[in-house]
Design a protein around this ligand. Structure first.
Ligand code: ADP
Length: 213
């Protein structure tokens, strides 16, 4: 029967993932992005990249032209460094200027990018082809996140959070905490607001008492 020829689905247990970590020996890849802030979608991709490449450099783009970021490059680097501690072959860095020049300086052979939906495809295709034109030896590798993260973007997280919506489960607890400090100062949880993405009945404004999870 046709089904019997289909190989069994690979179950990625902790042991097999650890054994296959850095499967592409000697291949250094760069995962560039804004990471403002890092989401569970980014981390999903970082884990996949860490399993595949010998070394994965997560590079925060210093982009003076982009609209004012919520977190500074240093804050984003710090968050990423803490969040990626479990993956020993992941390094956090930042860069400005042309990505291909940065890749050349580091001796990287691949760029890792994520594709969430068809809407990402056109932009990512353009970038990948331009990078190939500039540096033909540099390959762009696209990965898909787990479906549950496939709609997540840093922009959406910021919008939802700033309107008082919950981002629990969509960003790591550390990022949620940093968002509270950045957006609400000492207040936790956030003040309820209304708007397109906001809704009444959100968490009550309470005084922060001690350390939050
Ligand atoms: P964002 O679009 O969230 O601001 P970045 O500029 O930090 O993200 O994106 C860096 C890379 O990570 C891009 O290739 C982007 O497509 C990818 N990426 C971002 N969020 C996700 C996600 N939820 N799943 C998969 N890839 C993602």
């Amino acid at each position: 029967m046709f089904a019997s020829r289909v190989p069994p689905v690979l179950e990625c247990s902790a042991t097999t993932a650890a054994a296959s970590r850095g499967a592409l020996k000697g291949v250094i890849a760069i995962y560039p992005g804004s990471f403002d802030p890092p989401t569970n979608g980014h981390l999903d991709l970082i884990e996949r990249g860490s399993n595949l490449f010998d070394k994965l450099i997560v590079a925060v783009l210093r982009n003076p032209e982009k609209e004012a970021p919520l977190f500074t490059v240093e804050e984003r680097r710090e968050m990423l460094a803490t969040l990626t501690r479990p993956w020993k072959n992941v390094v956090i860095d930042s860069f400005e200027g042309l990505l291909v020049d940065y890749a050349r300086r580091l001796g990287a052979q691949a760029l890792l990018r994520g594709i969430r939906a068809i809407s990402d495809y056109e932009y990512e295709l353009q970038m990948a082809l331009m990078n190939r034109k500039l540096q033909p030896q540099l390959e762009t590798v696209f990965m898909l996140p787990a479906e549950k993260y496939s709609y997540l973007s840093s922009r959406l997280i910021k919008d939802v959070f700033q309107l008082g919506g919950s981002v629990r489960g969509l960003v790591p607890p550390l990022v949620e905490q940093k968002l509270h400090f950045k957006v609400n100062g000492a207040r936790y949880p956030s003040k309820p607001k209304t708007g397109l993405l906001g809704a009444p009945g959100r968490p009550r404004l309470v005084k922060r008492t001690g350390k939050q999870a």
